[in-house]
Design a protein around this ligand. Structure first.
Ligand SMILES: Cc1cc2nc3c(=O)[nH]c(=O)nc-3n(C[C@H](O)[C@H](O)[C@H](O)COP(=O)(O)O)c2cc1C
Length: 353
């Protein structure tokens, strides 16, 4: 008889041994002016160190990967030093932390690029708007990446992974979800290329698999996780055949000893979790809309190995303890999700000692 995995019990995740199966989901908080991780961020992540694993907010691997206001990067020496303080704060409290590597591609504006071109698989703008200091603006039309630039970007992901380790972080998560650059390559409406990076599902999967392989070669597969969101239309993703698209993605990420596969599983269009269970060969993290009961049910059924919590982690630094005790949760304040200071960031109370 196999034992039911305990949400509050240990689990091995790639190179790491976690004390519990609770993951803090990656969340952009736009509190990194100058794209630099800072002391306030170190305090925030340190407060959440009892998570089995923290995944940081989306972090740009290259200057042209920036979108949104005040998001951090991981391509300069100063950024590495900033991340070192974050890693130290989490480790000092006994935690573990992966950096989420996010290249936004076409989900950006020229003003976030310091004069460089906005780049994406194809010159197709996404429908949508972005907040800027001078108000909301429609997303801009990107320029199509050249094949040489794609190779440069793949190396940028590998270097971002090396930089994460240099900063003392425990590994990285490749952001392949939510309509950002790797997801743009996957989606037929955003990727209209006719070279080996577009067209067939295998070709569209090539970029996500290539950046994952490059990062794994740089720091070890057991310190690299990947997040995907099959069927999620967020950020103007339109994919008429999710099964066709994600079958080569799962195959391309399987059997390589990656730390985990993380699903934003809001609208599963086919049994992609089952497909991953069959082929991937490592831990599966599921996310979106979980509470304790549903988390335990998905662990018990074998659907998930770990559960990631998003907005409840914004407002509950001691989420593990609260879930364990069935204590009430603080409600998150959406008005302070993005930007600002300590308010709505580091001032949510833990349970009284
Ligand atoms: C403020 C905020 C910022 C987010 N930023 C990111 C991000 O940078 N990267 C990412 O993969 N998901 C991001 N997400 C999505 C979360 O990781 C998570 O999928 C979502 O909140 C659903 O989980 P929940 O129902 O537990 O909140 C963000 C969500 C929120 C609320």
């Amino acid at each position: 008889m196999t034992e039911t995995p305990d949400l509050f019990g240990p689990v091995k995740l790639g190179a790491l041994n976690l004390p519990n199966r609770i993951v803090m989901a990656p969340m952009t908080r736009s509190r990194a002016p100058g794209n630099l991780p800072n002391a306030l961020m170190a305090e925030y992540y340190g407060q959440r160190a009892s998570a089995g694993l923290i995944v940081t907010e989306g972090t740009a691997p290259a200057p042209n990967g920036r979108g949104y206001i005040d998001i951090p990067g991981i391509y300069s020496d100063a950024q590495i030093e900033g991340w070192r303080a974050v890693a130290d704060a989490v480790h000092a409290k006994g935690g573990r932390i992966f950096a989420q590597i996010m290249h936004v591609g076409r989900i950006s504006l020229p003003e976030f690029q310091d004069g460089a071109d906005l780049v994406a698989p194809s010159a197709v703008a996404a429908a949508g708007q972005m907040y800027t200091p001078s108000g909301m603006k429609p997303l801009a039309t990107p320029r199509a990446l050249t094949e040489a630039e794609i190779e440069t970007l793949i190396e940028a992901y590998a270097q971002a992974a090396r930089n994460a380790i240099a900063a003392g972080l425990d590994g990285i998560e490749i952001h392949g979800a939510n309509g950002y650059l790797p997801n743009q390559f996957l989606a037929p409406n955003a990727n209209q290329r006719t070279d080996k990076w577009g067209g067939s599902a295998e070709n569209r999967a090539r970029f996500l698999v290539a950046i994952t392989d490059a990062a794994a070669a740089a720091i070890g597969a057991d310190r690299v996780g990947v997040r995907i969101s099959p069927g999620n239309p967020f950020n103007d993703i339109d994919d008429p055949d999710v099964e066709d698209t994600y079958t080569p993605v799962i195959q391309g990420l399987s059997g390589k000893g990656l730390a985990y596969l993380h699903f934003l599983d809001a609208k599963p269009a086919f049994d992609v979790i089952g497909l991953a269970r069959k082929h991937f060969g490592g831990p599966i993290i599921l996310n979106a809309g979980y509470d304790k009961a549903r988390a335990q049910a998905d662990l018990a059924s074998g659907r998930a190995d770990l559960i990631a919590f998003g907005s409840s982690y914004i407002s509950n630094p001691d989420l593990v303890e609260r879930l364990k005790q069935d204590a009430p949760l603080n409600a998150p304040d959406q008005g302070t999700f993005y930007g600002g200071d300590a308010k709505g960031y580091t001032d949510y109370p833990a349970l009284a000692a």
